[in-house]
Write a protein that binds this ligand. Structure first.
Ligand SMILES: [Zn+2]
Length: 239
């Protein structure tokens, strides 16, 4: 009788002890943009809105690498997750595979809201019809009463800190910050939310570099350092 009870206690203790993770750490929700397939269904761009937008146009693709944006976004997110966990944070992913129809942006925001995320970090790469356009930028929700007023200031602060660290880590041109009022995933978020555009997959230089594991690690490190700074922790913990 005694032995099984002891085994049960040990099993309960083991996961936390083995990973050194605190169950009470803040939650970062990582949202690797897109999925295997686009989602042409529509959804309201904000709570109660009659304006609807497509759930997911599908993202861009590497002009040299041939990599889909969905794949790149996930690779960076999967490198970032253990960095954040080792730094004592809890991580929730909106997806861990590139295997289905994209869930849409209301669903992504709801995952972040339900998790009570300290930061909803959306990972993307950009595309342009102009192949010469390159560099890193970060988007955050524009101020709109009833939708984003509760998360506007903190999202902007997160965007500034993460953009700075991401540019430093990648060494790409700094395209700065941009407010967006038309992003469904921002308007539904009840937690601080940002969306990084790591680089342009339609630019041969950005694409070639982002397709390498070395630059995917650089991106993950930059995102980790920015997230930790936002959460008031030392970025040195990102290793
Ligand atoms: Zn995207």
């Amino acid at each position: 009788m005694r032995a099984p009870a002891l085994v049960g206690v040990l099993l309960l203790l083991l996961p936390a002890a083995a990973t050194g993770r605190s169950a009470a750490g803040p939650v970062v929700v990582l949202d690797p943009g897109h999925d295997l397939r686009a989602n042409p269904a529509t959804e309201p761009i904000g709570p109660g809105s009659s304006t609807r937008k497509i759930k997911d146009g599908g993202g861009t693709r590497g002009v040299v690498s041939g990599l889909t944006e969905a794949t790149l976004n996930l690779r960076v997110a999967l490198r970032l997750r253990p960095l954040l966990e080792r730094a004592g944070l809890r991580v929730v992913m909106t997806r861990t595979r590139t295997a289905g129809t994209s869930m849409g942006n209301v669903a992504r925001a709801r995952i972040a809201n339900r998790a009570g995320a300290a930061l909803f970090l959306r990972i993307h790469a950009d595309g342009s019809t102009d192949r010469s356009v390159r560099g890193t930028h970060t988007l955050y929700p524009a101020l709109r009463r009833g939708w984003t007023d509760d998360v506007y200031a903190e999202s902007r602060r997160a965007a500034r800190l993460v953009q700075r660290e991401l540019v430093r880590a990648l060494g790409f041109p700094d395209r700065g910050l941009r407010e967006r009022s038309d992003f469904t995933g921002f308007n539904w978020a009840d937690v601080p939310a940002i969306l990084v555009e790591m680089g342009f997959m339609t630019n041969p230089t950005d694409d070639r570099l982002l397709a390498t594991s070395a630059y995917q690690r650089r991106a993950a490190l930059g995102l980790c350092r920015g997230a930790l700074r936002f959460l008031g922790r030392s970025p040195i913990a990102c290793r």
